[in-house]
Design a protein around this ligand. Structure first.
Ligand code: FMN
Length: 168
């Protein structure tokens, strides 16, 4: 079961989160999960994937322009319709707009016919509402991506379990 995690990442934080999600996904049975930045995307792998999780840094509480452009041009040709979809974000402020970024990614996924999943509160702790958000330590020195590692791993594992369940 192929699963793709696709991100825009200029300074590595969102890419790091993607790698943790892949780690969680690959804990599940026959999952074969891979992470890609936009230039690295293996289109054949993504077309065959049962699920796609998409991540972005918060840029003024929006997804990046590059990710938006990529989603607009790729959703059709990579066959998003019918696949399981998820979203996540990174930011440098605790209230830096990550949830808004996730909502807008999920909206584009749904518009393109994806079935969106986060696990929500149904999986217990850690509770993840719309998708995981990581806060880096660029500005908030008490914060840092490592504090969110387990949330990304848990999200990846839950997403892969759901993909396996619904795509049997
Ligand atoms: C143009 C620009 C706008 C940004 N806007 C925000 C913002 O609104 N809120 C926030 O918390 N961080 C903001 N950031 C910080 C990034 O979201 C944050 O550092 C993120 O983790 C970077 O991800 P990356 O390392 O994968 O590129 C902004 C960064 C840039 C370059």
């Amino acid at each position: 079961m192929k699963l793709a995690v696709i991100v825009d990442s200029k300074t590595g934080n969102t890419r790091q989160a993607a790698d943790w999600i892949v780690q969680g996904m690959n804990r599940v049975g026959n999952a074969e999960a891979k992470a890609f930045t936009i230039p690295e995307v293996d289109e054949d792998f993504v077309k065959e994937a049962r699920g796609i999780v998409i991540g972005s840094p918060s840029y003024a509480a929006q997804m990046t322009p590059d990710l938006h452009t990529w989603m607009m041009s790729s959703a059709g040709k990579l066959g998003f319709a019918g696949k399981l979809g998820g979203a996540f974000a990174t930011e440098q402020f605790t209230h830096g707009g990550g949830e808004t970024v996730i909502q807008s990614i999920l909206t584009i996924e749904m518009v393109n016919g994806m079935l969106c999943y986060s696990g929500g509160g149904a999986c217990g702790m850690p509770v993840i509402h719309l998708g995981p958000v990581g806060v880096n330590d660029n500005v908030e020195k008490h914060n840092g991506m490592v504090y969110y590692k387990n949330n990304f791993i848990a999200f990846g594992e839950r997403f892969a379990k759901k993909a396996a369940d619904i795509c049997r």
